[in-house]
Design a protein around this ligand. Sequence first.
Ligand SMILES: NC(=O)c1ccc[n+]([C@@H]2O[C@H](COP(=O)([O-])OP(=O)(O)OC[C@H]3O[C@@H](n4cnc5c(N)ncnc54)[C@H](OP(=O)(O)O)[C@@H]3O)[C@@H](O)[C@H]2O)c1
Length: 244
Amino acid sequence: MDMSKNVLITGASSGIGEAAARYLTEQHYNVILVARNEERLKKLVNELGENARYYIYDFKNLDRIEDIFIYCKECNLMLDGLVHCAGYSNNLPVKEMEPDILEDMIDVHANSYLMLGKYMARKEYSNRGASIVGMSSMSVIIQKRGMAAYTGAKTLINTYTTIMAKEFVRREIRVNSIMPAYVNTPMLQEMKIEHENAMGMIEPEYVAYLIEYLLSDKAKYITGAHIPMSSGMLGDVRHIKNGG
Ligand SMILES: NC(=O)c1ccc[n+]([C@@H]2O[C@H](COP(=O)([O-])OP(=O)(O)OC[C@H]3O[C@@H](n4cnc5c(N)ncnc54)[C@H](OP(=O)(O)O)[C@@H]3O)[C@@H](O)[C@H]2O)c1
């Protein structure tokens, strides 16, 4: 009998989600990859082999999220994990904000996370003791101008994490979020900004290691946590002359 864990990864066509897909298959998990770009997903699944499959979905639409879970069920995959990495940045000052920009940002990052959690919590789709990981951001702690929509969405991810952790405790489904500082992915490369990680740019596989830990039984007592991965981006301003 195959005892591998089955994990749904959103935002798996690039960056952190892709790194998680690669590391988890290396660690003998079965993965179901979700994103919009079919070409990239197909290529990745071919590379990862028989323990990977994909499903195309756009999280701007919250209405058909259950279809992803129905697909997993049709494949006879009861889920042990959900990793929500789908996201993007669109930094604008508040003066330039528009309702549709705000709405899409909150839907793709946060509301879809909650709706994924809703189905993940159901007995028909997941095993007892499953683990949910949301991708929040250090921007929740170090809040910046121009990042209202993004940071608002990431704050909501932490809030949803806390409340889902409380509501899902009866089936021992754990819910945690990760708050990385700057990670070396296409999203960040497109922004063309300088990173502020005092301990260096985070390579995406290091986020994948923490994801795997949270999915594993080694983390079985950890739930409701929002875990910073700061790489030294601690909002420090030097107040002491000559060092300190
Ligand atoms: N990079 C950083 O410095 C950093 C720091 C903290 C947190 N994060 C968070 O980490 C997560 C992953 O980011 P990343 O840096 O890995 O970015 P990335 O390389 O651009 O990957 C983003 C992923 O999200 C998917 N996605 C975007 N919009 C989507 C939509 N409407 N529906 C479905 N999938 C969608 C993309 O796939 P398709 O285009 O194929 O749909 C892609 O797979 C995001 O939530 C991001 O906010 C990143």
